[in-house]
Design a protein around this ligand. Sequence first.
Ligand code: S3P
Length: 169
Amino acid sequence: MRISFVGFMGSGKTTVSRLTADILGHKHVEMDEEIIRISKRSNIPEIFKIDGEARFREIEAEVVHNLDSISDIVISTGGGVIQNMEIIKSLKNNNGIILWLKTSFDTVKSRVMNFNDRPLFQDVNSAFELYQKRLPLYEANADIIIETDNLSIEEVVAKVINKLQSADN
Ligand code: S3P
């Protein structure tokens, strides 16, 4: 299967997708790590600061393009891919499934606010604006929606596997 996890910053994509890939025995790709590697910078804030967000988005699209023909893969995307329809189309190639980890703003805020590694989550008001802008886009493009509020990582992973099994039949 070709599965891409989408969702807002702090929705749990990295951890949940990694465990899902382990269970399925699929390759796992963390897009942000790939972007850092290609950019030759040390972290995401550095890419935003030195190269700019536009360059970050270019590399993001390149990373997805490079994964286009791979099946049996689980991709953990960055929260912003949902604003690029070319990327979404690409993730859906080869029967690709888009799985949205739907998490309330209160929950993502409590997870992300104390970290400095997310240039687009520097203050609550602008992050909330972004959240509201993206919500309908996740909704419109997801093949599978998993609500994650108040669930443990293990519970979310169990839901994911369950939904993927029904999608596969
Ligand atoms: C971004 C989300 C981040 C990272 C970058 C931009 C976004 O990834 O790609 O900071 O636009 O929402 P996570 O969703 O993994 O935090």
